[in-house]
Write a protein that binds this ligand. Structure first.
Ligand code: DCC
Length: 187
């Protein structure tokens, strides 16, 4: 291997769709029923939904409700970041490796009123070692609507024990099948 010169960008590593990834067009199940991003049982969560796309892409939706306001009648920027973290994070189910958000940058282009459904397209751009670079755009009320928010992120691949080492012990029944598999939580 040739040595890199100072300042020369590191070459991208291969990153591929896992053979067991959800098929394009299929819904990616919520990883945990009480997740504030995607959990269907969270009373005030975002209830983000995500569908697997081709390659390393997903399409998510987030409908802004009164629970997500900052200014009266407008989505809070932190809630919008959360929606992007969730949709970008769901790309890990296509890769089949556990990873967590290291860095998330969000660019707010238009105010997002309560009642808006954001259509969030997200993709893996490249990988470097344990770092996975991703990006996403959120469009107002239609997949081809105006861009309200854009984001980029670096997720870092972690050992499967990351979640139970730092979180609480969990039963496989609390998680989606895919989450139990990547976190190696046995029934
Ligand atoms: C059971 C449920 C299952 C499934 C549950 C799934 C849940 C998904 C939820 C949605 C996603 C989230 O919100 S996740 C929650 C929010 N995020 C977190 O809590 C992460 C907290 N941070 C950490 O745990 C740690 O800092 C890590 C794991 C990110 C990195 O620590 P580390 O493992 O010691 O990594 P380290 O060796 O220092 O660095 C490895 C490489 O990554 C780079 N790197 C390290 N940190 C960063 C960073 N913040 N931003 C950019 N790059 C970084 C380094 O420069 C290095 O690059 P190089 O030198 O190799 O080039």
């Amino acid at each position: 291997m040739t040595e890199r010169q100072h300042g020369e960008p590191r070459p991208a590593d291969a990153i591929e769709r896992h053979p067991g990834a959800p098929a394009p067009g299929s819904t990616i199940a919520s990883h945990y029923r009480m997740c504030v991003g995607c959990g269907p049982d969270h009373p005030t969560g975002l209830h983000v939904t995500v569908v697997a796309g081709e390659g390393l892409t997903v399409a998510g939706t987030f409908t802004v409700t009164d629970d997500h306001q900052g200014a009266p009648g407008l989505a809070h920027g932190g809630m919008l970041s959360l929606a992007f973290d969730e949709v970008l994070g769901s790309l890990i189910w296509l890769i089949g490796k556990p990873a967590v958000t290291g860095h998330l940058e969000t660019s707010y282009r238009r105010p997002v009123p309560v009642g808006t459904t954001l259509h969030i397209d997200a993709a893996v751009d490249r990988a470097e070692g344990r770092k996975i670079f991703m990006s996403a755009t959120g469009r107002e009320n239609a997949p081809d609507g105006p861009v309200s928010v854009a984001a980029s992120a670096v997720f870092i691949v972690v050992p499967p024990t990351h979640f139970t080492d730092h979180g609480r012990p969990v039963a496989a029944s609390e998680l989606s099948e895919a989450a139990a598999k990547v976190a190696e939580v046995n029934p």
